[in-house]
Design a protein around this ligand. Structure first.
Ligand code: GLU
Length: 423
């Protein structure tokens, strides 16, 4: 793989970081400038103020967003995140990534993202419910089963999806479970959705190891993040015989060269407020040390922008599989490429979640539900296909997997724009 990368300058704006990579891919594949121009601006940006009655009897106003980046390939799709750093620029970047992610996974969707600037860990269930319902009502004209379909992301889960569905149903006066995915099973969720993003990470890791002629049974991995993505990824990788030597979340990080018992870690977290603090299955290390620890595979599955240029210099893994969205800064890409570290980029590596969201939507539309095995088999097939097309483009265009993933997506979106005559 060559060392073509996005601009090696510091990117303050996440959306600019997306555009920098888009430019590199567009140039390499010789994409129409008009299409690039269209993709540089999201098609819809909604910002709302949500007054919420807090438990102390006072009103707090929360900032909420929904940004639709593209609807060229179908209705827009993407999660809703609750975090303190949610802002317009971040949501724009995440929305664009959804357009590319859905195109890479070959799903009939465009991309969108939403979010509320809040600290969900500091809020009561009642406060969260009132805020979520206020957000759903304010987005009643944005969301739609064939229009814009939200899902969980950082800080949200099936619980919030159920509230949003309920609110949307009240407003529309009908039951449309397909307007949102990642729902609890009894109200129209799909089996396999909860573990899907982690499962996609596992399938992509195995596919990459195969190309690298490495045997999973002789491989060690470090997984940063022990939430929905990281915990399932660690469990599924361990089930494939990969030795997990490091895990961590926002409360604590552990290393154990003999391997961490992931079942034990999962049980520990389940009993201790879903966090790892106090876990005894390894030596506690500093949170950032997980990125540079001795391991073959690194799975950043927590936050964005954790792999800086400096960290990239210290990374010992030969393979990085991005469970989180945007964990690697553009300036780190160059370093990783120079070190010949293979990076399975976020828009491919974590597309398992939206893939099973698509299956959920299909099941909701059909009113007929599949077995978990059927979901997993179809998911694995789609992931393997997506991996192969990106791998193929990486060697065809002599570029990194990241730029190749953008190319894979942009080829489809470009065709869509040209066929629809969207300009
Ligand atoms: N939030 C997830 C993502 O970033 C899932 C999106 C979805 O299922 O629509 O891919």
């Amino acid at each position: 793989m060559s060392t073509q990368t996005a601009n090696a300058t510091a990117h303050e704006s996440m959306f600019e970081a997306v555009l920098a990579r888009l430019d590199v891919a567009a140039k390499l594949m010789n994409m129409s400038e008009d299409v690039a121009t269209i993709l540089r601006s999201p098609i819809k940006q909604v910002k709302v103020s949500l007054p919420v009655m807090m438990d102390n009897g006072k009103i707090q106003v929360f900032e909420g967003y929904r940004i639709v980046h593209s609807t060229v390939l179908g209705p827009s799709k993407g999660g809703i995140r609750y975090a303190m750093d949610v802002n317009q620029d971040e949501v724009m970047a995440l929305a664009a990534w959804m357009s590319f992610k859905c195109a890479v996974a070959n799903l009939p969707y465009g991309g969108a993202k939403g979010g509320i600037k809040c600290d969900p860990r500091a809020m009561s269930v009642g406060e969260l419910e009132r805020m979520t319902r206020a957000y759903a009502t304010s987005m009643k004209d944005v969301f739609g089963v064939n229009k814009d379909i939200p899902a969980p992301d950082m800080g949200t889960s099936g619980r919030e999806m159920a509230w949003i569905l309920d609110e949307f149903n009240k407003v529309t006066g009908e039951d449309s479970p397909g307007v949102i995915t990642g729902k609890p099973i009894v109200i129209g969720g799909s089996l396999g959705r909860d573990a899907a993003t982690g499962r996609g990470v596992m399938v992509n890791t195995l596919a990459a190891l195969k190309k690298m002629n490495l045997n999973p049974k002789e491989i060690t991995a470090a997984v940063q993040g022990f939430g929905n993505v990281g915990s399932h990824a660690a469990r599924l990788l361990a089930e494939q015989g990969i030795k997990i030597v490091a895990i961590g979340d926002h409360t604590a990080t552990f290393y154990n060269e003999k391997g961490i018992d992931i079942k034990e870690a999962l049980e520990y977290a389940a009993k201790n407020g879903r966090v790892l603090k106090g876990f005894k299955g390894g030596t506690e290390i500093k949170s950032n040390e997980i990125l540079t620890c001795k391991c073959d595979v690194l799975v950043p599955a927590a936050l964005q922008n954790v792999i800086t240029e400096e960290i990239a210099h210290g990374i010992q893994a030969k393979l990085i599989v991005e469970g989180a969205n945007g964990p690697t800064m553009p300036e780190a890409d160059a370093v990783l490429n120079d070190k010949k570290i293979i990076v399975v980029p976020d828009i491919l590596a974590n597309s398992g979640g939206v893939t099973v969201s698509y299956f959920e939507w299909v099941q909701n539309k059909a009113g007929y539900y599949w077995s978990e095995n059927e979901v997993n088999t179809k998911h694995d097939e789609k992931m393997e296909l997506a991996f192969s097309s990106v791998w193929h483009n990486a060697s065809h265009y002599k570029t990194s997997m990241r730029i190749a993933a953008y190319i894979t997506a942009l080829q489809k979106i470009e065709q869509g724009v040209q066929l629809k005559g969207n300009y």
